[in-house]
Design a protein around this ligand. Structure first.
Ligand SMILES: [Zn+2]
Length: 246
């Protein structure tokens, strides 16, 4: 079976070595890794990882770090995206648990506009921000994903109706509505990710893409579908999200 890790922060591994992680994951069938930056400080590291063609870079400012933005960041983000035509936009978004929500909205809006202008997919972090997100969903670029979705099943409909993809990590396995959520996602919008090194199975342990087969197995069970068939569909979705419908 083949897998794509649609959201990982290779630059943030501290215990494990990112190169070892990639090599081990490739051996079990992980074909591509979307490596998401979270602040301007790590754009260079993400760019360096993308020298490996299996690694697709994403550049952006995570809502937790909007307080650190420095003047001119919008132009620098546009520049690095233009210099890296394979790059996605993100990680960006809205987080109601963190301060500066108004600033978060402004920074997120810049990302949305750039994604539309440069015709790139957008990676969205959305936590405790349902109302604000719903307001901007109609203005999203044609390809956007809500990463590590762990909300309620009723929050899915507006995302899907506005053309969004929904990506799941280990967190969905602990969601009380996990099965219902998975069953409500159209087959062509479902993506998988680890969000590594975060969201490890045990506190203090780093998550790695070696977890993807286990995640797929549980989701296949919930969908009452063969794992091979599901992984093939998710691979089609991953390619369509990254490269557009061919
Ligand atoms: Zn992330």
């Amino acid at each position: 079976m083949n897998f794509s890790d649609m959201h990982i922060h290779l630059q943030d591994y501290k215990i494990n070595c990112a190169t070892d992680i990639i090599n081990a994951a490739v051996k079990i069938g992980v074909n591509r890794f979307v490596c998401a930056a979270t602040s301007e400080k790590d754009w260079q590291a993400v760019k360096d990882f993308a020298l490996n063609k299996r690694i697709i870079p994403a550049f952006g400012i995570h809502p937790w770090y909007v307080g650190d933005v420095e003047q001119g960041w919008e132009q620098r983000l546009k520049n690095i995206l233009e210099q890296n035509p394979q790059a996605l936009v993100g990680e960006c978004g809205l987080d109601g648990l963190k301060p500066d929500f108004e600033l978060q909205k402004e920074v997120f809006d810049v990302h949305c506009r750039l994604a539309i202008e440069l015709q790139r997919p957008l990676i969205v972090h959305a936590v405790k921000a349902v109302d604000a997100l719903n307001c901007v969903l109609p203005d999203m670029p044609p390809r956007f994903m809500i990463h590590s979705f762990n909300g309620r099943s009723e929050h899915l409909r507006p995302i899907v109706q506005n053309g969004g993809y929904v990506s799941f990590s280990a967190s969905i396995l602990k969601n009380r509505e996990g099965q219902k959520i998975i069953q409500n996602i159209p087959a062509d919008r479902l993506l998988l990710e680890t969000d590594g090194p975060y969201q490890g199975p045990i506190k203090g342990e780093e998550q790695t893409p070696m977890f993807l087969p286990e995640l797929l197995a549980q989701i296949a069970k919930w969908k009452n579908q063969e794992e091979e068939e599901l992984s093939a569909q998710i691979e089609v979705n991953a390619k369509e999200f990254i490269y557009g419908k061919q």
